[in-house]
Design a protein around this ligand. Structure first.
Ligand code: ADP
Ligand code: TMP
Ligand code: ASP
Length: 235
């Protein structure tokens, strides 16, 4: 499978057309951004790690019957995926309070959230990806009622599968962001990526941050944290 044409270049990946119109190639980049790209850097080797980590999580989810866009890993920085129409929502699942949740509601960091919180954000960089309610989603047709229900159901299942897998490797899955897309027949698939760029991972015993918060908060050793996640999840 060959890259034919660049369709889109985002903050973390390049997306290419292939000779099969139903498939796309993702190239994971070394760039690192936060706060809607107001903070930027590049870390040599980061793209390889997010590509390999994301592929591992998607393979696991696929094996547990979650429908995903993942087709196969091509090399260190590339993977083949189903080309989908992305639903313009980011679904965030939270097991522990931190990040924007604490800022928005003034609640303490580190509270256990049981059952987990599922939130929807509108995927719109210009607006800073605002939080939206299901009524907003319906009123402005960002997604159908059935798609919202399906995204929620799949997100909760993804949380259960990944939380258990990571716990066995000494990692607490604190929160994460998912994206979904549809194929020409309207089937919903899990899309985009799952990596330390899109999740918060805390070491179970020390609560050390093993994710992009190391970059967001200038904690240092960003690449080392991504390497540590890869070390713990690879076979
Ligand atoms: P951003 O657009 O936020 O800068 P990325 O750099 O990760 O993000 O770019 C990847 C883009 O590809 C995102 O816009 C994402 O929604 C989109 N995408 C994810 N999965 C698929 C897919 N299976 N088919 C088509 N587009 C996808
Ligand atoms: P938040 O606490 O900043 O809202 O982030 C919640 C989770 O979503 C966290 O794991 C990081 C992830 N996330 C993204 O992947 N992309 C984003 O644009 C944002 C804001 C968060
Ligand atoms: N993903 C967003 C960005 O790259 C925000 C974040 O993850 O903090 O700017």
């Amino acid at each position: 499978m060959n890259k034919i044409k660049l369709i889109y270049e985002g903050k973390a990946k390049k997306v290419y057309e292939t000779d099969d119109p139903t498939l796309a190639i993702f190239e994971y980049k070394d760039s690192l951004t936060a706060f809607n790209a107001k903070k930027k850097d590049s870390l040599q080797g980061k793209g390889r790690l997010t590509n390999l980590i994301s592929a591992t999580f998607f393979e696991l989810l696929q094996s547990k019957n979650i429908p995903t866009h993942f087709v196969k890993l091509l090399d260190d920085n590339h993977q083949l995926v189903k080309k989908l129409k992305i639903i313009p929502l980011e679904v965030v699942v939270r097991n522990v309070s931190t990040g924007s949740l604490c800022k928005r509601l003034g609640v303490r960091e580190g509270l256990n959230l049981d059952p987990p919180l599922v939130e929807f954000y509108l995927k719109n960089d210009e607006l800073g990806d605002p939080l939206v309610t299901e009524d907003h989603i319906r009123a402005f047709s960002f997604a159908s009622k059935a798609q919202v229900e399906r995204m929620k159901q799949l997100s909760i299942k993804v949380n259960e599968i990944l939380s258990e897998f990571l716990l066995e490797r000494g990692i607490k899955l604190v929160d994460f962001k998912l994206e979904f897309g549809t194929d020409d027949d309207g089937n919903v698939y899990l899309a985009d990526e799952i990596s330390p760029d899109t999740c918060r991972f805390w070491d179970l015993s020390s609560s050390e941050r093993l994710d992009k918060d190391r970059f967001r908060k200038d904690l240092g050793n960003v690449l080392e944290a991504y390497e540590e996640i890869w070390r713990r999840i690879r076979e």
